[in-house]
Design a binder for this molecule. Structure first.
Ligand code: COA
Length: 271
């Protein structure tokens, strides 16, 4: 079966849960049919059940993005099912917080493999499909700690910084094929996964909120809105850009406590 003519198709890796599912949902609302890829069949099934009521067709493809042969098969499946691909969102990530001196070589490889290798493999094998469209787009989901540094995130920050470099290189190389390549850099966002892995206690969450000028965590939908903008017509002259969606966190870091200490007291935005 092929897609209805005129209905665009987006692939979101890690699209079954968290930020990826919100991005997939946002793109469904914008009229895209979807493919979602994840290592976990359960995540795919649960994600697809939430996405189909939004009116999109959803192709579920179990994939480990670290394995090039699986990634190649993923794009073959998209070609078979839909015959086209308009948007690739490289969102799949692996993350845990660990002191670098305690990080094993295999732990480093696991995270760099998912984030950096996975983004390259998916972009590489998506290229023929995207080029056929004449106008297509890739969005890579990175993180503002890629350039801010953050304790316990050396492996993930290095991988995401690599993805930013890849974003810019591909933007220049593939512009002639009508493919725009951009990145979205979330700051702190609460999902089931990040609550479990990154901000597991109220004390940690309160500390994080104090570092954000807008005074709160972002939502997965706010990240999805940035992706929807970047793949859309209103961003048609934007490529190679990294859009921070972080409540001002990276600009305000280190400065926020000083602001609280100024005469007049704290005037943080309400939570
Ligand atoms: N702290 C330190 N090391 C860790 C770790 C942690 N919390 N979690 C995993 N590792 C290490 C493992 O010990 C292993 O290294 P070793 O063989 O030297 O012991 C290595 O990472 C690979 O772990 P494993 O569980 O076998 O790999 P995996 O491929 O199944 O998992 C991860 C990949 C590690 C990235 C895992 O965290 C994951 O699957 N995450 C997906 C979800 C996610 O992180 N989303 C982001 C939400 S913020």
């Amino acid at each position: 079966m092929t897609a209805e003519p005129g209905r665009p198709v987006a692939l979101v890796t890690g699209g079954g849960t968290g930020i990826g599912r919100a991005i997939a949902g946002g793109l469904a609302a914008d009229g895209f049919d979807l493919a979602i890829a994840s290592r976990s069949a359960t995540h795919l099934t649960e994600g697809a059940a939430r996405l189909r009521p939004l009116g999109a067709r959803v192709l579920e493809v179990p994939t480990d993005v670290r394995r090039p042969e699986e990634v190649e098969a993923l794009f073959a499946a998209i070609r078979r099912e839909y015959g086209r691909l308009d948007v690739l969102v490289n969102n799949a990530a692996g993350n845990f917080v660990v002191r670098t001196e305690q990080l094993s070589p295999n732990g480093w490889r696991a995270v760099v493999g998912i984030v950096l290798d996975g983004t390259f493999f998916c972009s590489r094998y998506a290229f023929p499909l995207l080029r056929e469209r004449g106008s297509a787009s890739i969005v890579n989901v990175v993180a503002s700690y890629a350039w801010m540094a953050g304790p316990g995130t050396a492996h993930s920050a290095a991988a995401k910084a690599g993805v930013i470099a890849l974003t810019r290189a591909l933007a220049v190389e593939w512009a002639r094929h009508g493919i725009r390549v951009n990145a979205v850099a979330p700051g702190p966002v609460r999902t089931e996964g990040t609550d479990e892995r990154l901000w597991a206690s109220e004390a940690v969450r309160a500390t994080v909120e104090r570092t954000v000028p807008l005074g709160r965590f972002g939502t997965p939908e706010e990240i999805a809105d940035a992706v929807r903008f970047l793949v859309g017509r209103r961003a048609s002259y934007i490529t190679g850009e990294v859009l921070a969606v972080d409540g001002g966190q990276w600009l305000g870091r280190g400065v926020m406590p000083l602001l609280d200490g100024l005469a007049g007291g704290s005037d943080r935005p309400p939570r």
